[in-house]
Design a protein around this ligand. Sequence first.
Ligand code: ATP
Ligand code: MG
Length: 386
Amino acid sequence: MYNILAVSFGEIYLKGKNRGIFEHKFMEQIKYAVKEFEGVHVYKDSGKVFVETDNTDEMDSIIEKVRKVFGSSVISPSIKTLKDPEVIIDKTKELFKYLLTKKDIKTFKIKTKRSDKSFPIKSMDFSAYVGGKILQEFSGITVDVHNPDVEIYIDIKRDCYISSERIRTLGGLPVGSNGRALLLLSGGIDSPVAGYMIAKRGVEINALYFHTYPFTSERANEKVKKLKEILEEYCGKINLYSMNMLEVHKAIREFCREEETTILARRFMMRLAERIALENNMDMLITGESLGQVASQTMKSMAVIEDAIHMPILKPLVGLDKAEIIEIAREIGTYETSILPYDDCCSVFAPERPLTNPKLSAIKKSESNLNIEELVEKVYSTLEII
Ligand code: ATP
Ligand code: MG
């Protein structure tokens, strides 16, 4: 039935002079999202973006992709027609007939918007005219302008678009409109959600995963890769970096107190992440930390971990409960992958009783037993781009 998808901007509307940049990024992301479909054309017409397809059978799959692109507020599967009143009436009847097969309709309303003032009939008059034709054609229905069972929307721009369904999308800002950041992506539930939330604010995301091969398996890598792919449906392309933390863990085990392991290891992760971010033009790090969730996420622990670097760390889940995070993970489709069993480097080397109240001075003293620069170099030398 539908040959085109009308996409309305969300928060981009509030942008003043910069609006063009946001719209451009949005179009790029939409094109990326539908790249696998043939015969698809993406263009702008008077303040909306349109995704046109030669293959109407693929409209549902296209909707599924476009819905996930940050920056829109609603999408409407539509029929694109010539701006000829008689053609519009025929197509509106066709649409009405189709809608009747889908639901019980007793009342309807026609709403016209005329951005192209050269169209000869005024909006209100045209709505009434088309409404009259519908009443003639179909029996047992009436017009209800306040609370109709269906509203048919005729949008007259450079072309004419007829629609009735409005599908809410995810909102946010187009990825790439607000800088770049590096997500510390583990195989757990939290970090993919954190990446999703920051990408939603327009940030281009790349990801870094630490393993401790051979203590962590190839399967753990596969899991992180899968999570990255799910995130890509929202964020566009993500580069995934990985590094082996084994040397750091070996050194900590040999020279430091066991209960400090997590804090020390995380300080190394931050140093390495900061380095990758700086080398690749990214301004901030992102983690899935949530205040109080585990020992390394108490106020004190977070402060001591962050002390290792200068770069700001975004923690979008900081105020959320685990249940709230899980709800988002389910909605975005990462949950099922995140709960697959796997061996995380943090769990393999986790101390029996991790510190919850670390002292920076004590941690720094322990670190003085380690050759930090050399360890950072060793881990960095294992860098791979997956
Ligand atoms: P997640 O569910 O994201 O694994 P978590 O509740 O297991 O989080 P931690 O293990 O304390 O919490 O990790 C906190 C954050 O540190 C993670 O959300 C992630 O951003 C980062 N992180 C932890 N382990 C790794 C890893 N192996 N590789 C990359 N980042 C990691
Ligand atoms: Mg984890």
